[in-house]
Ligand binder design. Structure first.
Ligand SMILES: CC(C)(COP(=O)(O)OP(=O)(O)OC[C@H]1O[C@@H](n2cnc3c(N)ncnc32)[C@H](O)[C@@H]1OP(=O)(O)O)[C@@H](O)C(=O)NCCC(=O)NCCS
Length: 176
Protein backbone atom coordinates (compact mmCIF):
# COMPACT_ATOMS: atom_id res chain seq x y z
CA UNK A 1 0.00 0.00 0.00
CA UNK A 2 1.17 3.50 -0.67
CA UNK A 3 0.12 6.83 0.81
CA UNK A 4 1.30 10.36 0.09
CA UNK A 5 4.51 9.88 2.07
CA UNK A 6 4.65 6.19 2.96
CA UNK A 7 4.95 2.67 1.72
CA UNK A 8 3.31 -0.06 3.80
CA UNK A 9 4.40 -3.54 2.86
CA UNK A 10 4.01 -6.92 4.56
CA UNK A 11 6.56 -7.54 7.27
CA UNK A 12 9.54 -9.76 6.34
CA UNK A 13 12.07 -11.47 8.57
CA UNK A 14 14.77 -9.45 6.76
CA UNK A 15 13.28 -6.33 8.42
CA UNK A 16 14.60 -7.47 11.82
CA UNK A 17 17.90 -5.57 11.56
CA UNK A 18 16.18 -2.28 10.66
CA UNK A 19 13.51 -2.75 13.35
CA UNK A 20 16.21 -3.52 15.93
CA UNK A 21 18.28 -0.49 14.94
CA UNK A 22 15.34 1.93 14.57
CA UNK A 23 13.23 1.31 17.68
CA UNK A 24 13.05 -2.17 19.21
CA UNK A 25 15.76 -1.46 21.79
CA UNK A 26 14.47 2.02 22.72
CA UNK A 27 12.98 2.12 26.24
CA UNK A 28 11.09 5.33 25.45
CA UNK A 29 9.40 3.78 22.40
CA UNK A 30 8.52 0.57 24.26
CA UNK A 31 7.44 2.27 27.50
CA UNK A 32 3.70 1.67 26.95
CA UNK A 33 3.98 -1.49 24.85
CA UNK A 34 3.31 -5.10 25.82
CA UNK A 35 6.93 -6.09 25.23
CA UNK A 36 10.23 -5.16 26.82
CA UNK A 37 12.98 -3.47 24.80
CA UNK A 38 14.95 -6.01 22.78
CA UNK A 39 18.49 -6.70 23.89
CA UNK A 40 19.56 -8.95 21.02
CA UNK A 41 18.82 -9.09 17.31
CA UNK A 42 17.64 -12.68 17.81
CA UNK A 43 14.81 -11.44 20.07
CA UNK A 44 13.61 -9.08 17.37
CA UNK A 45 13.87 -11.82 14.76
CA UNK A 46 11.74 -14.11 16.96
CA UNK A 47 9.13 -11.38 17.51
CA UNK A 48 8.90 -10.72 13.77
CA UNK A 49 8.75 -14.45 13.00
CA UNK A 50 5.73 -14.78 15.31
CA UNK A 51 3.96 -11.94 13.51
CA UNK A 52 4.79 -13.38 10.09
CA UNK A 53 3.45 -16.79 11.18
CA UNK A 54 0.23 -15.18 12.46
CA UNK A 55 -0.16 -13.43 9.10
CA UNK A 56 0.41 -16.70 7.22
CA UNK A 57 -2.32 -18.28 9.36
CA UNK A 58 -4.74 -15.50 8.42
CA UNK A 59 -4.91 -14.17 11.98
CA UNK A 60 -3.34 -10.80 11.27
CA UNK A 61 -1.63 -8.50 8.82
CA UNK A 62 1.57 -6.69 9.75
CA UNK A 63 3.17 -4.00 7.65
CA UNK A 64 6.45 -2.17 7.91
CA UNK A 65 6.11 1.57 7.51
CA UNK A 66 8.74 3.14 5.26
CA UNK A 67 8.95 6.77 4.28
CA UNK A 68 9.15 7.00 0.50
CA UNK A 69 12.20 9.24 0.77
CA UNK A 70 14.11 6.89 3.08
CA UNK A 71 15.44 3.40 2.37
CA UNK A 72 14.73 1.67 5.69
CA UNK A 73 11.52 1.02 7.65
CA UNK A 74 10.77 3.42 10.50
CA UNK A 75 7.79 1.67 12.07
CA UNK A 76 5.23 -1.08 12.01
CA UNK A 77 1.45 -1.36 12.05
CA UNK A 78 -0.43 -4.55 12.80
CA UNK A 79 -4.07 -5.56 12.31
CA UNK A 80 -5.15 -8.64 14.25
CA UNK A 81 -8.32 -10.13 12.83
CA UNK A 82 -11.09 -12.05 14.53
CA UNK A 83 -14.03 -12.80 12.22
CA UNK A 84 -15.15 -9.38 10.95
CA UNK A 85 -13.49 -7.29 13.65
CA UNK A 86 -9.92 -5.99 13.71
CA UNK A 87 -7.64 -4.83 16.50
CA UNK A 88 -4.86 -2.44 15.56
CA UNK A 89 -1.47 -1.66 17.08
CA UNK A 90 1.41 0.52 15.90
CA UNK A 91 4.91 1.67 16.71
CA UNK A 92 7.25 4.27 15.23
CA UNK A 93 10.93 5.16 15.70
CA UNK A 94 11.24 8.09 18.08
CA UNK A 95 13.16 10.27 15.59
CA UNK A 96 9.99 10.36 13.43
CA UNK A 97 7.40 11.15 16.10
CA UNK A 98 5.14 14.14 15.67
CA UNK A 99 4.99 14.22 11.86
CA UNK A 100 1.65 12.46 11.48
CA UNK A 101 3.21 9.31 10.04
CA UNK A 102 1.20 6.75 12.00
CA UNK A 103 -2.17 8.50 11.46
CA UNK A 104 -1.36 8.43 7.72
CA UNK A 105 -0.50 4.72 7.89
CA UNK A 106 -3.54 3.90 10.02
CA UNK A 107 -5.87 5.67 7.59
CA UNK A 108 -4.55 3.38 4.81
CA UNK A 109 -5.00 0.30 7.00
CA UNK A 110 -8.58 1.32 7.83
CA UNK A 111 -9.35 1.65 4.14
CA UNK A 112 -7.77 -1.75 3.42
CA UNK A 113 -9.74 -3.33 6.28
CA UNK A 114 -12.95 -1.86 4.90
CA UNK A 115 -12.55 -2.48 1.20
CA UNK A 116 -10.34 -5.60 1.01
CA UNK A 117 -11.18 -7.44 4.24
CA UNK A 118 -14.78 -6.23 4.65
CA UNK A 119 -14.23 -5.79 8.38
CA UNK A 120 -17.09 -4.26 10.30
CA UNK A 121 -15.26 -2.63 13.17
CA UNK A 122 -11.71 -1.84 14.29
CA UNK A 123 -10.69 -1.30 17.88
CA UNK A 124 -7.51 -0.52 19.73
CA UNK A 125 -6.35 0.12 23.24
CA UNK A 126 -3.62 2.21 24.76
CA UNK A 127 -2.25 2.67 28.23
CA UNK A 128 -4.12 5.30 30.22
CA UNK A 129 -1.00 7.49 30.18
CA UNK A 130 -0.18 7.03 26.48
CA UNK A 131 -1.48 10.37 25.22
CA UNK A 132 0.35 10.14 21.87
CA UNK A 133 -1.37 6.87 20.99
CA UNK A 134 -4.78 8.20 22.06
CA UNK A 135 -4.22 11.16 19.74
CA UNK A 136 -3.56 8.80 16.80
CA UNK A 137 -6.92 7.09 17.38
CA UNK A 138 -8.67 10.43 17.72
CA UNK A 139 -7.11 11.82 14.54
CA UNK A 140 -8.26 8.75 12.60
CA UNK A 141 -11.87 9.13 13.69
CA UNK A 142 -12.06 6.46 16.40
CA UNK A 143 -14.46 7.15 19.25
CA UNK A 144 -13.26 6.94 22.82
CA UNK A 145 -15.25 4.04 24.24
CA UNK A 146 -13.96 4.50 27.74
CA UNK A 147 -11.68 2.98 30.26
CA UNK A 148 -10.98 -0.72 30.77
CA UNK A 149 -9.68 -1.01 34.32
CA UNK A 150 -6.70 -3.30 35.01
CA UNK A 151 -6.89 -4.77 31.51
CA UNK A 152 -3.40 -5.08 30.00
CA UNK A 153 0.06 -5.73 31.38
CA UNK A 154 2.58 -3.18 30.17
CA UNK A 155 5.70 -4.76 31.63
CA UNK A 156 7.90 -1.70 31.30
CA UNK A 157 5.61 0.13 33.75
CA UNK A 158 4.33 -2.55 36.12
CA UNK A 159 3.98 -6.30 36.56
CA UNK A 160 0.25 -5.98 37.19
CA UNK A 161 -2.44 -5.10 34.60
CA UNK A 162 -2.93 -1.40 33.97
CA UNK A 163 -5.95 0.65 32.97
CA UNK A 164 -6.26 1.14 29.22
CA UNK A 165 -8.35 3.43 27.08
CA UNK A 166 -10.49 1.64 24.48
CA UNK A 167 -11.08 3.16 21.05
CA UNK A 168 -13.26 1.86 18.22
CA UNK A 169 -14.45 2.80 14.76
CA UNK A 170 -17.23 1.34 12.63
CA UNK A 171 -16.33 0.78 8.99
CA UNK A 172 -18.93 1.44 6.37
CA UNK A 173 -19.32 -1.42 3.87
CA UNK A 174 -16.90 -1.35 0.92
CA UNK A 175 -18.19 -0.74 -2.57
CA UNK A 176 -16.00 -3.35 -4.30
C1 LIG B 1 1.98 6.70 19.36
C2 LIG B 1 2.84 6.93 18.12
C3 LIG B 1 2.71 5.73 17.20
C4 LIG B 1 2.36 8.21 17.41
O1 LIG B 1 2.83 8.25 16.07
P1 LIG B 1 3.13 9.64 15.32
O2 LIG B 1 3.31 9.33 13.89
O3 LIG B 1 4.20 10.36 16.03
O4 LIG B 1 1.73 10.40 15.55
P2 LIG B 1 1.46 11.99 15.43
O5 LIG B 1 2.55 12.66 14.66
O6 LIG B 1 0.07 12.13 14.95
O7 LIG B 1 1.54 12.50 16.92
C5 LIG B 1 0.57 12.03 17.85
C6 LIG B 1 0.83 12.67 19.20
O8 LIG B 1 2.11 12.30 19.66
C7 LIG B 1 2.59 13.33 20.56
N1 LIG B 1 3.92 13.71 20.13
C8 LIG B 1 4.27 14.33 18.99
N2 LIG B 1 5.61 14.49 18.93
C9 LIG B 1 6.10 13.96 20.05
C10 LIG B 1 7.40 13.82 20.57
N3 LIG B 1 8.47 14.25 19.90
N4 LIG B 1 7.57 13.19 21.76
C11 LIG B 1 6.49 12.73 22.45
N5 LIG B 1 5.23 12.83 21.99
C12 LIG B 1 5.03 13.44 20.81
C13 LIG B 1 1.60 14.47 20.48
O9 LIG B 1 0.70 14.31 21.59
C14 LIG B 1 0.86 14.18 19.19
O10 LIG B 1 -0.44 14.69 19.21
P3 LIG B 1 -0.72 16.14 18.53
O11 LIG B 1 -0.40 15.98 17.07
O12 LIG B 1 -2.14 16.40 18.81
O13 LIG B 1 0.24 17.10 19.19
C15 LIG B 1 4.33 7.10 18.51
O14 LIG B 1 4.42 8.10 19.48
C16 LIG B 1 4.95 5.84 19.04
O15 LIG B 1 5.46 5.01 18.30
N6 LIG B 1 4.94 5.67 20.39
C17 LIG B 1 5.54 4.50 21.02
C18 LIG B 1 4.79 3.22 20.70
C19 LIG B 1 3.35 3.28 21.14
O16 LIG B 1 3.04 3.81 22.19
N7 LIG B 1 2.48 2.71 20.31
C20 LIG B 1 1.06 2.66 20.57
C21 LIG B 1 0.71 1.54 21.47
S1 LIG B 1 -1.03 1.53 21.84
Amino acid sequence: MQTARLELRPLKIEDARAVFDAYATDPVVTKYLAWRPATTLAETQAALAARIAAAAAGKSSSWTIRKLDEPLPVGMIELRIERDVGNVGFVLARSHWGAGIVPEALAAVLEFARSDLSLRRIWGVCDIDNRASARVFEKCGFRDAGLRPAAVIHPNLADTPRDVRYFEIDLTPGED
